[in-house]
Design a protein around this ligand. Structure first.
Ligand code: FES
Length: 110
């Protein structure tokens, strides 16, 4: 057992939110200029506030869907989302075992 009382490594679900930054004026833009770090912090805090302890929400590097972000991917299924103030409550519900919030799936056709 590790210091946090866990007997096996890993999480039931694992969410990554892109926190990548590119120089101003770059062609692809970046998620951090679309407030991704603040959104990630809110997502993480709201998850903890719900008492969901078997998941992890954390910052990632570029997830390579820069134009469509701010980008979030949640494993184990590898579901991709656009994270916004509006999507965070649904993403937290999803981590809690709720339905896939399909209305916030990342749309790369726009
Ligand atoms: S900068 Fe966020 S996906 Fe590339």
């Amino acid at each position: 057992m590790d210091p946090k009382g866990r007997e096996v490594a890993g999480y039931r679900m694992h969410a990554f939110v892109c926190g990548h930054t590119r120089p101003e004026g770059s062609v692809r833009g970046c998620c951090s200029e679309k407030n991704s770090l603040e959104l990630m912090r809110k997502f993480k805090l709201d998850t903890k506030a719900k008492g969901i302890h078997d998941v992890r929400v954390q910052k990632s590097g570029c997830l390579d869907f820069c134009e469509n972000g701010p980008t979030c991917v949640i494993y184990p299924n590898g579901d991709w989302f656009k994270i916004t103030d509006e999507s965070i409550p649904k993403l937290v519900e999803f981590l809690q075992g709720g339905q896939l919030p399909s209305e916030y799936l990342l749309d790369i056709t726009v």
